[in-house]
Design a protein around this ligand. Structure first.
Ligand SMILES: CC(C)(COP(=O)(O)OP(=O)(O)OC[C@H]1O[C@@H](n2cnc3c(N)ncnc32)[C@H](O)[C@@H]1OP(=O)(O)O)[C@@H](O)C(=O)NCCC(=O)NCCS
Length: 152
C-alpha cells in the first residue's frame, strides 16, 4: 500500500540511493543532505516499507520552491508523482503561515516532468537560457520556470 509521510533523517541513505538512480544529473550527497531541516518541507512516498519517491521543497517567507522530486524508475507512470505533488500542494495550502506560490525550475528537455507539472496546473512563466550544465559542457540547457498559485 502506498503511503505519503515526512522525509526524515533516517530516510536519507535510501533517498540518496534513489537520487543516484533517478536523475541523469544527481545532486552530490552533501547537497542532498543539506536540503533538509527547518526551512524545508520534504515528503516521501513508500510502498509498504520501501521508499519509492520523494519531494524536496524549501519555504522562504510566503513562497515555496520545489527543488527536487523523484520516483523510483520501477514505479513510474502509476500516478505516484502526481499523488505526491498533490499532497505537497495540499499541505502547503493549509500551513498556519500562508504560502502563496510554489515555484520550480525544470530542464527544457525533461518532458516527463514538464507534462506532470502541466497536468497539475503549474504555469510556465519564463525561461533561463543555458542555465543547466549538460554532458557536452560547452552548451548549457535552458531552464523553464514554472509556478503554481496556492493562494491569490
Ligand atoms: C518526472 C517523474 C517524477 C514523474 O514520476 P511518475 O510517478 O512516473 O509520474 P506520474 O505517473 O504521476 O505521471 C503523471 C503525469 O505526468 C506525465 N508524465 C509522467 N511521466 C511521463 C513520461 N515519461 N513521458 C511523458 N509524460 C509523462 C503524464 O502526463 C502523466 O500522466 P499520465 O500517466 O496519465 O499520462 C519521474 O519520471 C522521475 O522521477 N524522473 C526523474 C527525476 C526528475 O526528472 N524529476 C523532476 C525534476 S527535479
Amino acid at each position: 500500500m502506498k503511503k505519503i509521510s515526512p522525509l526524515t533523517p533516517e530516510d536519507l541513505p535510501a533517498a540518496y540511493q534513489l537520487e543516484l538512480i533517478a536523475h541523469p544529473f544527481p545532486w552530490s550527497e552533501s547537497v542532498f543532505y543539506s536540503n533538509q531541516g527547518d526551512r524545508y518541507f520534504n515528503l516521501k512516498i513508500s510502498d509498504d516499507d520501501q521508499l519509492i519517491g520523494y519531494a524536496i521543497c524549501q519555504i522562504v517567507a510566503d513562497e515555496a520552491t520545489l527543488f527536487n522530486i523523484a520516483i523510483n524508475p520501477k514505479f513510474r507512470r502509476q500516478g505516484l508523482a502526481k499523488m505526491l505533488l498533490n499532497e505537497v500542494i495540499a499541505q502547503l495550502s493549509s500551513m498556519p503561515k500562508p504560502i502563496r506560490t510554489l515555484w520550480l525550475e525544470v530542464r527544457a528537455s525533461n518532458k516527463a516532468a514538464i507534462n506532470l507539472y502541466n497536468v497539475l496546473g503549474f504555469n510556465e512563466l519564463t525561461v533561463r537560457k543555458k542555465y543547466y550544465p549538460t554532458k557536452e559542457s560547452s552548451h548549457g540547457e535552458d531552464a523553464i520556470i514554472m509556478a503554481y498559485t496556492l493562494m491569490l
